[in-house]
Design a protein around this ligand. Structure first.
Ligand code: ADP
Length: 640
């Protein structure tokens, strides 16, 4: 027998709890939704497990959630006969935050607090869950018995740093949570009041798939033989009696199984919140019934805001799989490709076997077809949105959509229609590749792009000087994922994509005799920078600047190199080409100096400065900043 233990909450749990309590005060009633949601999940888990282990249902087969209150003690209890938790599970689940991206979330919270922009939406994104109990309660007692276990667990906390946990007895499986309610102010809701609870359940949890029961008092007529009558046969006194009955507070109608036109926006919104933990209403929904050889219902929601942990490795896929309204699994990766995992929704496929496993799902033709079809429908919805709505969507989820290009070969063309970029011409707005093609100049062969971290650095990059002079538009790509986009998307509608910083731009040809005149000087420069650059050549890219670095057509861009480095990948140093602008006055003077005063030390300084300036102008980091500033300082002294 385990003794009673007192344990500390993990620091981040306590922080989160304080935050929830302080910032969700005006949304307090959501605690009920969160606890009911947890119970509903626990019942789902039990029902699913019972498919293979029918014995765990035992003598308690009517799955339900129950709310009971005690006005005198000022308590409310939410209980279920779901899967329950073992001693270790209670410690793991309640008291730590085992969710993905906790650290990132805490950082986002800190940031928001600093800016004073802490919103319930932000907290809601994390799914406040069980901890929301402490918004309304100053003490919470949880008793739980895992299905199949003999012992139960008693957990108790006042939400201020620690909790106690010990073994206990409980007759039936499941979890019951008792909240000792805080004293409410006059206007505050009374959570022991039947009608308040009815209203909250109806509002937030009506679709929950199990009956939410509450014992209520009803007035019933007395049976005939208990009515006392006078001699004329008229009843004397009260002809009714008060009885305690179980009432079901929710309609339990699975939203997706209802007729499309019968579900209101509010109902969708609540259901979406239940699925996603997001507090913002969804941007769009798709409710479809497919009939024919494969029969299934799908209800998908496109969120309006990207979750803060969208790109976390262990973030769950938003799809839930049901079979004839029985929950099979959440995080159903088989139903939605990874790059669209931010879509939340339900698929109910009656033809599936109830005890399908993930392994079976992966090879299931029906599931593969559903997935294909859902992706197709989503693409239709995306492409039918008006520009403003789509642009907003893309600002939130563009990175995800773009990451589909290297992953989903089959849909590459469709994805290419969906991506958007800011360009040298778009004035901060987003443009599609189609827009780009429509704006191409006479004689322009390629779709030009440049990748890098910083939009304004790209906009002013020396690499674009010649292109700008010709008024050729350039796509400005500032997402790391863009590097993978351009590796996989080499053309669009017959036009090839071309990097403005790699290979030959194929615009102006430099005249060969002029090139020849500079060849000795260039050999000299190359000899001084042999370690750092692969080649020194005359540039056709530059108009005003004197130098820039370019790569091979198939080489790695500077940005890609930076990304790889930042992820800690070891790579051989990539040498690039130093391009020099021979129309720049400094080149002409340097050539004269080189031909008349070979030993002048300025020549060597200039070689290094050309390289450093090229690196700086593309937002890169030079190898030896101290050396750079010394050389510039010397030059400044000479020039004054
Ligand atoms: P979330 O529900 O978002 O995972 P919570 O903090 O609300 O976060 O709950 C943490 C975990 O505790 C749940 O994932 C679940 O494993 C467990 N849990 C909570 N409530 C119950 C319950 N009524 N029955 C069984 N397990 C529960």
């Amino acid at each position: 027998m385990e003794k009673k233990e007192t344990r500390q909450f993990k620091t981040e749990v306590q922080q989160l709890m304080n935050l929830i309590v302080n910032s969700l005060y005006s949304h307090q009633e959501i605690f009920l939704r969160e606890l009911i949601s947890n119970s509903s999940d626990a019942l789902d888990k039990l029902r699913f497990k019972a498919q293979t282990e029918p014995d765990i249902i035992g003598d308690d087969p009517d799955l339900h959630i129950r709310i009971s209150t005690d006005k005198d003690k000022n308590t409310i209890e939410i209980s279920d006969n779901g899967i329950g938790m073992t001693y270790d599970e209670v410690n793991e689940n309640i008291g730590t935050i085992a969710k993905s991206g906790t650290a990132a979330f805490m950082a986002a919270l800190e940031e928001a607090k600093k800016k004073d922009s802490l919103s319930p939406e932000l907290i809601g994104q994390f799914g406040v869950g069980f901890y929301s109990s402490f918004i309304v309660a100053d003490k919470v007692v949880l008793v739980t018995k895992a299905a199949g276990n003999a012992k139960a667990v008693l957990w108790e906390s006042t939400g201020d740093g620690s909790y106690t946990i010990e073994e206990t007895e409980k007759e039936k499986r499941g979890t019951s949570i008792t909240l000792y309610l805080k004293k409410m102010d006059e206007e505050g809701d009374d959570y022991t009041d039947e009608w308040t609870l009815r209203r909250i359940v109806k509002k937030h949890s009506d679709f929950v798939n199990y009956p939410i029961l509450m014992n209520v008092e009803k007035t019933e007529p007395l049976p005939e033989d208990q009515i006392i009558k006078d001699k004329d046969g008229k009843p004397i006194g009260d002809t009714t009696k008060k009885v305690q009955v179980d009432d079901t507070l929710n309609s339990m109608k699975a939203i997706w199984a209802r007729d499309k036109d019968d579900v209101t926006d509010e109902e969708h919104e609540e259901f979406y919140k239940h699925l996603s933990h997001d507090w913002n209403p969804p941007l769009e929904r798709l409710h479809m019934k497919f009939e024919g050889t494969t029969e299934y219902t799908a209800l998908l929601y496109i969120p309006s805001k990207a979750p803060f942990d969208m790109f976390y490795k262990d973030r769950k896929n938003g799809m839930h799989l049901y079979c004839k309204r029985v929950f099979i699994m959440d995080d159903c990766k088989e139903l939605m490709p990874e790059y669209l995992a931010f879509i939340n929704g339900v698929v109910d496929a009656p033809d599936l076997n109830l005890n399908v496993s993930r392994e079976i799902l992966q090879q299931n033709r029906l599931v593969t077809n559903i997935r294909k079809n859902l992706v197709k429908k989503l693409f239709d919805v995306f492409s039918k949105m008006d520009k403003e709505k789509y642009d907003n969507f893309f600002m939130e989820f563009g990175q995800a959509i773009k990451s589909g290009i290297p992953m989903d070969f089959e849909n590459k063309d469709k994805l290419a229609h969906l991506i958007r970029y800011k360009t040298t011409r778009s004035q901060g707005k987003l443009a599609s590749l189609k827009d780009y093609i429509e704006g191409m100049k006479e004689g322009q062969e390629f779709i030009y792009y440049i990748t890098g971290e910083n939009l304004s650095a790209l906009m002013n990059s020396p690499h674009l000087e010649a292109l700008k002079e010709k008024d050729y538009e350039v796509l400005l790509m500032t997402d790391p994922v863009d590097e993978w986009v351009v590796q996989n998307l080499t053309e669009y509608e017959g036009k090839k994509l071309k990097s403005a910083e790699k290979g030959d731009l194929d615009i102006d040809k430099v005249d060969d005799t002029k090139k020849e005149e500079y060849s000795k000087l260039f050999d000299f420069i190359k000899s001084k920078l042999d370690e750092q650059v692969k080649e020194v050549k005359v540039s056709s890219r530059l108009k005003n600047s004197v130098s820039c670095l370019s790569g091979d057509d198939y080489g790695m861009s500077a940005y890609m190199e930076k990304i790889m480095k930042s992820t800690g990948q070891e790579m051989p140093k990539q040498k690039r080409v130093l391009e020099l602008n021979i129309n720049h006055p400094v080149m002409t003077r340097m050539k004269t100096l080189f031909e008349t005063d070979t030993k002048n030390s300025i020549l060597v300084d200039y070689c290094h400065l050309f390289l450093d300036m090229a690196i700086i102008s593309e937002g890169g980091k030079i190898d030896d900043p101290a050396d750079f500033s010394k050389r510039v300082g010397d030059l400044m002294t000479k020039a004054i």
